[in-house]
Design a protein around this ligand. Structure first.
Ligand SMILES: *Cc1c(COP(=O)(O)O)cnc(C)c1O
Length: 465
């Protein structure tokens, strides 16, 4: 969410007299009251008028379905929408008023504990959040609190080890909670955290290592089991005993269905906590996330607050107090509706589209694949030496002319030389749309080549191979 400053440059409208109640304006007849830009108008307008004008203004937003940039769900079944509408007035913190919503949240946590192989699902604890960012803050806080209890020395400064490819929420966590971030840079073809490099940064004040399933930069899974084994060795040799948090914002809802043999979750003793975004591959509209701890020792009790619940107390751990309950209900709907095989089918379809699309793009002489979409259904590709006079940024702009949102960006340290385009395949982006996209991609490449030959390319973009 952008941090907005003050009013826009245009002065506040004073077109209507102070006590006019606009009951006669009809946008269809060209009577358009001005929507407020910086201060409230003096009086109301009719609901249809407000609806129509805001609806019209929102047409300027891109089409969510053509947005290949976001990981967040852009399509749900009408029945899920209906349930969300049914629950739009429910505040999830009011456990006493809405005990059944609380029960659905409990069931979701139990389902995730089972899915992520918590050793004793009865002892696993967890909660819903607004998304993975809040979930990561909570998981980080628990790690920090455990470290503080262990060292019992306020003069020492905690640190957190992670790859430079972490999502910004981890930098935020470190800044907000005064933890030193220790980043493992990328190196050559290693575009995420390496086990050896992570262990090398750990010391007695390391609160944890964050591993990502999978990286937002290229969709790759980080080697959680290798990191766990390396940390086991470190502890066995008398070094610090460092827990792992798995940031499974996307992958924790993909790997259980498509890669059941990949060991990344609570099967690894060192994994203390796992988060996911219900609103990414959990297939729910924004915003819902989840975080689970393997057992109650992993979540220090003094972080937990009790809220009133049917005359008793219910433990909660959250940054927010009030929050909508509808997304949690929608998450329960997707679990009930799809079951294991349904989830597998949806995620496999995404992976099939991703690997098909990356395959076709990899065949084009202009491109080289950085990843294939066979872990997260997400892949990145860059240009080859054959490309002259344009770059990934120009291609991203050209695709935008057709409505496609495909982000172009450079990788973090030490691969800032690598600039890519990234495609995120989600439920609702099927083979038909993928074909249309391929056609538009080829047309965009032709147009850029033609423009470059004619010397009309849109100027240098500051990007060099
Ligand atoms: C998206 C993402 C986040 C942040 O999640 P939100 O649900 O958007 O708050 C954190 N980590 C990773 C790896 C992500 O992909």
């Amino acid at each position: 969410m952008a941090l907005h400053h003050g009013s826009t440059s245009s002065p506040p409208s004073r077109r209507r007299s102070s006590n006019a109640v606009v009951t006669d304006a009809n946008p269809a007849l060209g009577q358009r009251p001005e929507p407020p830009k910086g201060r409230l108008a003096d009086g109301p307008v009719l609901p249809d008028v407000a609806y129509q004008l805001i609806h019209d203004e929102l047409l300027l937003d891109g089409s969510a379905r053509l947005n290949l940039a976001t990981f967040v769900t852009t399509w749900m079944e009408p029945q899920a929408r209906q349930l969300m509408t049914d629950c739009v007035d429910k505040n999830i913190i009011d456990k006493d008023e809405y005990p059944q919503t609380a029960e659905l949240e409990r069931r979701c946590v139990a389902i995730l504990a089972d899915l992520w192989h918590a050793p004793d699902p009865e002892r696993a604890t967890g909660c819903s959040t607004t998304g993975s960012s809040e979930a990561c803050m909570l998981a980080g806080l628990a790690l920090k609190r455990r470290w503080a209890a262990r060292v019992d020395d306020t003069a020492r400064r905690p640190n957190l080890v992670m790859g430079t490819n972490v999502q910004v929420c981890w930098e935020k966590f470190c800044r907000y909670w005064d933890v030193e971030p220790r980043f493992v840079p990328m190196q050559g073809e290693r575009l995420h955290l390496g086990a050896e490099q992570a262990v090398a940064l750990c010391d007695q004040d390391t609160i944890g290592v964050v591993t990502i399933l999978g990286s937002t930069f290229d969709g790759s899974y980080e080697p959680v089991a290798e990191v766990a084994a390396a940390l086991d060795e470190l502890a066995a040799a008398g070094g610090p005993d460092v827990p792992i948090h798995v940031d499974g914002a996307s992958g924790a809802m993909v790997a259980p269905f498509l890669d059941p043999d990949l060991v990344w979750d609570f099967r690894l003793e060192r994994v203390a906590s796992v988060n996911t975004s219900g609103h990414k591959y959990g297939l729910v509209y924004p915003g819902v996330g989840w975080v689970l701890w393997r057992d109650s020792e992993a979540l220090p009790r003094d972080l937990v607050f009790d809220v009133n619940y049917l005359g008793g107390n219910m433990p909660t751990f959250a940054l927010n107090f009030s929050r909508p309950g509808a997304e949690v209900v929608a998450q329960y709907y997707t679990f009930f509706r799809l079951g294991r095989s349904g989830f597998r089918a949806v995620q496999q379809a995404c992976r099939d589209v991703a690997t098909y699309l990356s395959g076709r793009i990899g065949e084009m002489p202009e491109f080289r694949l950085v990843s294939r979409g066979d872990e997260l259904p997400v892949f990145a590709f860059t240009t080859t030496d054959q490309v002259q006079g344009w770059d990934v940024f120009a291609l991203s702009r050209t695709l935008r002319e057709r409505g496609w949102q495909v982000p172009a960006y450079t990788f973090p340290a030490d691969r800032q030389d690598l600039a890519v385009l990234r495609v995120v395949c989600r439920n609702g982006f099927g083979h038909d749309l993928a074909e249309v996209f391929l056609g538009h991609l080829r047309a965009a490449v032709e147009q850029l080549d033609t423009d470059a030959r004619a010397g009309t390319a849109s100027g240098p973009s500051g990007f060099h191979h």
